[in-house]
Design a protein around this ligand. Structure first.
Ligand code: SF4
Ligand code: SF4
Length: 189
């Protein structure tokens, strides 16, 4: 590991240090077998595989990690966590990467974080994503007054094609026990 890489792993903020410590501990025992990557249903949308991401964390390649969209593509399905032969808490590690990006990454990371949170909240509330409701949540969480305007052309096109539906109940609440269990596993409840 070269000196430049080491230096990127020395952030000033205490919050950064805590997240980085958590991440390195979480994936320190990874033996690079690739089971997590092979198990991930969202692998096709990631620019770096989960297996490679753990290696980059071990090497402290912070800039490259934060430039990746891999952790934003993680939908917390827990397949990697369930199948890792080392029993590593990989879904937690992906969540920690999102937190780290939120601390470090500026405006675009905050928007990604808001979108991810809106997506997950909507799935929890309705049992699936309801586009109009999810976008309302996203706009509220992003706290960017100009953001809704940037979606107007897309919204108009979707309306024209009859693709916009008002939020309904769906299977409201059916997934709440699952989310509660996940929070319990993450120590968040
Ligand atoms: S499944 Fe576990 S041990 Fe295998 S590469 Fe992924 S994190 Fe590492
Ligand atoms: S928890 Fe995230 S990284 Fe792991 S398999 Fe599911 S989507 Fe992929």
């Amino acid at each position: 590991m070269n000196q430049a890489v080491r230096e990127t792993w020395s952030p000033a903020l205490e919050a950064d240090r805590m997240v980085l410590k958590e991440l390195r501990e979480a994936v320190g025992a990874c033996m690079q077998c690739g089971t997590c990557t092979a198990s991930c249903p969202n692998r096709h949308a990631m620019d770096i595989t989960p297996r490679a991401m753990w290696r980059m964390i071990q090497f402290g390649m912070l800039d490259e990690i934060l430039a990746s969209r891999t952790f934003w593509m993680c939908s917390a399905c827990y397949m990697c966590t369930l199948r890792c032969p080392r029993g590593l808490k990989l879904t937690s590690a992906m969540a920690a990467l999102k937190r780290l990006a939120g601390i470090e990454g500026g405006r675009s990371a905050r928007k990604n974080q808001a979108f991810y949170a809106a997506f997950m909240d909507d799935v929890e509330a309705h049992g699936r994503v309801q586009e109009t409701s999810m976008m309302q949540r996203y706009f509220l969480k992003a706290r960017d007054p100009m953001l809704p305007l940037s979606y107007v052309p897309l919204g108009v096109r979707m309306l024209g094609k009859g693709k916009v539906r008002m939020p309904g109940r769906g299977r409201g609440g059916v997934l709440r026990p699952l989310f509660a269990k996940a929070r319990e596993m993450e120590g968040l409840s």
